[in-house]
Structure formats: structure tokens, C-alpha cells
Design a protein around this ligand. Structure first.
Ligand code: SAM
Ligand code: SF4
Length: 453
């Protein structure tokens, strides 16, 4: 029987990857994806716990699903299984069961390979299911072969969890200890992805450059080495990796940006703050100057490297001067793009206990606005610097406007070009005509892409 599965995904790319794998697991059970929750026979919320706002959304969205289930039943269209997955499920499983007793199942990011059994139990009316242990068997060994991302630009999880314990962050508690997948399993998955049409792979990990998976000889392999091996996969045109920690930017990884053609000149390297005292209080274990030196080294190997980062403003105790230090670091580095957030205390993390030092919401908002103004200015200047240049763009999908395609530049910018849709899937040379805040516009260089459909 054809059943409908609705998945709502919050948070990071790892959740996007996990949601797609859940859909793959449910497909043999007769479930196909719908984007209409009202029609769903099963609805999964794949949640994010990283900041309070993201986490709060779980309960409002659950209330909405409960109403949809009631309406569906009253239309005599059957029941709906309601499930909560992801990091809120991991951190607040019991609380969800208490506050939303109508939820059928709650499972953490390391347990979703048990989904078919859990659905069978829920269908038999076994009662509520709570799976938030970190199972001994890694879930990757239990995913079906066809559970791969088949997009033109696709994700491949190589590492999960984190042992860094930054003072503000829930990830080590929700995703568990660092775990790296073996090289052979990754190469095998990459080959299957390429055979299914993928041209660009982004290697994912909460701490991806701490990757240390087992190689063919049983010895531990670094991310740089893994990238070198992946670069040999025939038909793969582009590689990226995210998210990295400055402490793990080893010499071989920095030089890989010079040596490996298909490794794209873009790096997301969060720094969080520019003050050494705040960096120490955050337990980041490096200084602002050490970060500057890593950037210098990367640019030495790859002068055109586009840099991105994450920033937190208003960490407990952050003074005006310490915030100015963050602005100075941003001026020194010059980012191509970046993400910035107001500090959000997360239960159970060391920083949340710094009660007396919490920064006023209004101060945080003002600092965030100043930081974002500077970052936006840098991003616009960066994008404008491409006007008149030629760049290679992987044409990924149709744009909102008729006759328009969207793709990514090597530097991660979205690029819009007028083009018929049969060119999707090509890497084309684009002459850039316009650099805007969030994207580039241009036209295809004549002859740069084969016209045969
Ligand atoms: N592992 C990565 C790293 O080391 O930067 C990223 C982890 S997290 C999913 C993404 C970003 O969320 C972090 O880089 C940080 O800027 C932000 N973040 C994490 N915890 C936060 C908190 N409690 N309040 C505000 N922002 C937070
Ligand atoms: Fe969180 Fe820090 Fe680990 Fe990144 S490195 S996931 S910010 S604890």
C-alpha cells in the first residue's frame, strides 16, 4: 500500500542527510515522501537543539501535527504516526513524552536505523517508543545500500559526534563521542553516489577535520588522506568538507587545498570570537592570533580560498572591548560569507551555569546587528569582486524565474543564469555580470556547455 511520509527538518546539514536516510529506510515499507503534513500517514520532526529558538519550535510544530491528525481521523482518512527525531529527541526525550503524550515515538540521531522495527511496533499499538541510547553498533552498518544522497551536489557523512566540549555547545551530549566511518565504506558510498549522478560531494561531520577513520591497512587515516583517495573516484568533479575546527587544520589538510584539484576553494572554519579571554572561556583551545596564522597558511597554499565562519556574540561576561576584538578579527580575515548568532544558554552545558555573567538581550541584539552589518559588507564586496570574471558553475536546478537555472560557484556562491533546463547537471563557464548580497548573476559563456539534451 502506498503510504505518505512527511519529514520536517531543522538545523544543520547532518540533519538534512539523516532525514534523507530515514526516507530511504521507510521506502521499502511503502512510504513515499509528501510535503503536505495533512496527508501524512507518518510525520517525523527531525529537530535541532543547538539554540533555544530552534528547540522551542519542536513543541509548537508538534501541536500543529496533533491537530492535523485529529482532522485526518475525523475525515475518516486513517491515523498518523507522530515521531520526533534528532537532537531535541536525544536531549529531551522523556520531557517530550510528558509534554506531548500523543507522540508515538522519540529517537535520537544514533538510533534511526531502527525505524522499520519502531514503525512495526507503533502499528501494533505497542505504546510509546523511546530510543535515545547510543547503540554499540554504528547505524551506518545498518543502512540499506540504496540509502545514499543522489543529488547532483550531495552530502556524505564521514564523521559524527564531538569530543571538543566547547562550553556553550550541546553537540557532544546530543550526538555523542567522535566516531569516524572506515575509508572503504566512504569510498564505496561515494562511488554509488557518482553512479547515481552526483558530481559534487560535501563530506559531513560535526568535527569533520578530526576525521580518523580506519584505512585498508587497519591504520588510522586523516581527512586529507581520505580526500586524496576520494579524488581518485572516477566521475567525481568536486569535493568539499564541513564543519571544521581550527585546532584540526593540520599541515596536510591545508596543503590539500593546493594539491587536490577537485577540492573546492571554500572553507567553513568557525572561530566564534576574537578575544583570547572569551575563546579560553569557550574552551576553544586556541587564540585569535593562532586562528589568523591558520588563515595565512591556508591562503599561502590557496590564495583564492573563500572563507566562511561562525560567530557567537554575547557569550557570558563578554565586554564591549572583547566584542570589538571580534570585529577586528573579522576585518583582518575578510570573510566571503559567515553565520552569526546571539549566545543562547543550553541546559547542561558549562556556560549555562555562568548565571551572574549573562549579557542583556538588548546588548546581544545590538552587537549582533553590528557584526552582521560588517559581515554583510564583506560578503557584498566579495561578490562584487567577481563582476567581469569567468567562473565554473555546477548547474543544479531551475530558478524561480522562467528560463533561469541556479548553480554553485567553486566559492559556494549561488549563481543565476538564463538557460534552458536541459543543461542541468553540467559544469558551465559563467561570465559574471552582477554581484549581489547573496548571489551572483551572469550568462553562460558561449560553447562552454554541450547543447545536446
Ligand atoms: N562543530 C562546529 C564548530 O566547531 O564550530 C559547529 C557546531 S554548531 C552545529 C554550529 C554553530 O552554532 C557553532 O559554530 C556556533 O557558532 C553555534 N552555536 C552552538 N551553540 C550555540 C549556543 N549555545 N548559542 C549560540 N550559538 C551556538
Ligand atoms: Fe560544538 Fe565545539 Fe564540538 Fe563544534 S567543536 S560541535 S561547537 S563542541
Amino acid at each position: 500500500m502506498n503510504k505518505k511520509l512527511y519529514i520536517s527538518t531543522y538545523g544543520c546539514q547532518m540533519n538534512v542527510y539523516d532525514s534523507a536516510r530515514m526516507a530511504d529506510l521507510m521506502s521499502p515499507l511503502g512510504y513515499s515522501l509528501t510535503n503536505k503534513p495533512a496527508d501524512a500517514d507518518m510525520a517525523i520532526l527531525n529537530t535541532c537543539h543547538i539554540r533555544e529558538k530552534a528547540s522551542e519550535k519542536t513543541f509548537s510544530e508538534l501541536g500543529r501535527l496533533r491537530n492535523l491528525r485529529r482532522d485526518k481521523k475525523s475525515r475518516d482518512e486513517g491515523d498518523m504516526i507522530i515521531a520526533v527525531a534528532g537532537c531535541v529527541a536525544q536531549a529531551e526525550g522523556a520531557e517530550i513524552m510528558k509534554r506531548a503524550p500523543y507522540v508515538d515515538m522519540v529517537f535520537g540521531p544514533q538510533s534511526y536505523h531502527h525505524l522499520p522495527e519502531m514503525v512495526a511496533q507503533a502499528t501494533r499499538g505497542v505504546g510509546h517508543i523511546l530510543e535515545t541510547e547510543f547503540p554499540v553498533e554504528p547505524k551506518f552498518d545498518h543502512l540499506p545500500e540504496e540509502a545514499i544522497d543522489k543529488n547532483l551536489s550531495a552530502f556524505l557523512t564521514v564523521q559524527e559526534g564531538c569530543d571538543k566540549f566547547c562550553a556553550f555547545c550541546v553537540v557532544p551530549y546530543t550526538r555523542g563521542a567522535e566516531f569516524s566511518r572506515p575509508v572503504a565504506a566512504i569510498i564505496d558510498e561515494a562511488k554509488r553516489m557518482v553512479a547515481a549522478g552526483t558530481r559534487e560531494i560535501t563530506l559531513l561531520g560535526q568535527n569533520v577535520n578530526a576525521y580518523h577513520g580506519e584505512g585498508a591497512d587497519g591504520k588510522s587515516v586523516s581527512l586529507a588522506r581520505l580526500i586524496k583517495e576520494l579524488a581518485e573516484v572516477e566521475g567525481l568533479d568536486r569535493l568539499r568538507y564541513t564543519t571544521s575546527h581550527p585546532l584540526e587544520m593540520s599541515e596536510d589538510l591545508c596543503s590539500a587545498h593546493r594539491d587536490i584539484d577537485i577540492l573546492m576553494p571554500y572553507l567553513h572554519l568557525p572561530v566564534q570570537a576574537g578575544s583570547d579571554r572569551i575563546l579560553a572561556a569557550m574552551n576553544r583551545r586556541h587564540t585569535a592570533d593562532e586562528y589568523r596564522r591558520i588563515i595565512d597558511k591556508l591562503r599561502h597554499y590557496r590564495p583564492d580560498l573563500a572563507l566562511s565562519g561562525d560567530f557567537i556574540v554575547g557569550f557570558p561576561g563578554e565586554t564591549d572591548q572583547e566584542f570589538e576584538d571580534t570585529l577586528q578579527l573579522v576585518r583582518d580575515v575578510e570573510y566571503a560569507q559567515a553565520y552569526s548568532f546571539k549566545y543562547s544558554p543550553r541546559p547542561g552545558t558549562p556556560a549555562a551555569a555562568l548565571d551572574g555573567e549573562m549579557i542583556d538581550e538588548a546588548v546581544k541584539s545590538e552587537r549582533l546587528a553590528r557584526l552582521q552589518a560588517l559581515l554583510n559588507e564583506q560578503q557584498l564586496a566579495y561578490n562584487r569582486s567577481f563582476v567581469g570574471k569567468e567562473i565554473d558553475v555546477l548547474l543544479e536546478r531551475e530558478g524561480k524565474r522562467e528560463g533561469q537555472l541556479v548553480g554553485r560557484s567553486p566559492y559556494m556562491q549561488s549563481v543565476f543564469v538564463p538557460s534552458p533546463s536541459h543543461r542541468i547537471g553540467n559544469i558551465a563557464t559563467v561570465i559574471v555580470r552582477e554581484g549581489n548580497a547573496n548571489s551572483l548573476r551572469g550568462e553562460l559563456k558561449p560553447g562552454s556547455v554541450a547543447d545536446a539534451a
